[in-house]
Design a binder for this molecule. Sequence first.
Ligand code: B16
Ligand code: MG
Length: 212
Amino acid sequence: MKSAIILDLDGVICDTAHFHFLAWHRLAAEYGYELTQADNEQLKGVSRADSLTFILGLANKTLSTEQFNEDLRRKNEWYLDLVKDMGPLDVLPGVPSFFAEVAARKIPLALGSASKNANMVLTRVGLIQAFDAIVDASQVSQGKPHPETFIKAAELLGIAPENCLVFEDSAAGVQAAISGGMKAVGIGSAEDLPGAAIHLANLGEFDFTNFS
Ligand code: B16
Ligand code: MG
């Protein structure tokens, strides 16, 4: 039975999770709230609008619909400014060897990202051609932790969910994979990513020996 790999983007392929944090941190400061790294763990893998709702809760602040949308726009503008100079060297450690191994073994590969910027970031780092399927926030109605993103990716690959291995750096993403009937590899600690079958520091640590 052929197996497939589904990769998250931010925090798994490149360090854009940090850029999301910097942009949210700047916005939260305007609300008089100092966003912490611990807060940021809750934001990983969460859609742009749901992230802002979460931050407003932390800051005990309410916004009009117009201001809410305007703040989403400004956050994305700051984020885009942070990623604009990214290039092929701006991938996380182990990414080039991981992609080389996936290609050599002809493993079906999909992206499953909550980001509306996924295509742009993948193009910048020169990896967009490596994917057989790409699912981003524009193609799903329910974001992580709902499994729709990963189920759609599996469907596009034509591989049953139980034969898909999902690599995720977020608690929401690990939960989404498990809810979708897939196994998750946590890129991060067991403390931050409960439920993942194994935990690695980066993609380069993955052992393909028993993967078919
Ligand atoms: P955007 P991933 C997620 O991407 C990020 O982890 C999360 O921090 C971000 O809020 C979300 O994308 C939406 O991103 O504002 O670019 O649409 O980790 O699922 O690849
Ligand atoms: Mg992520």
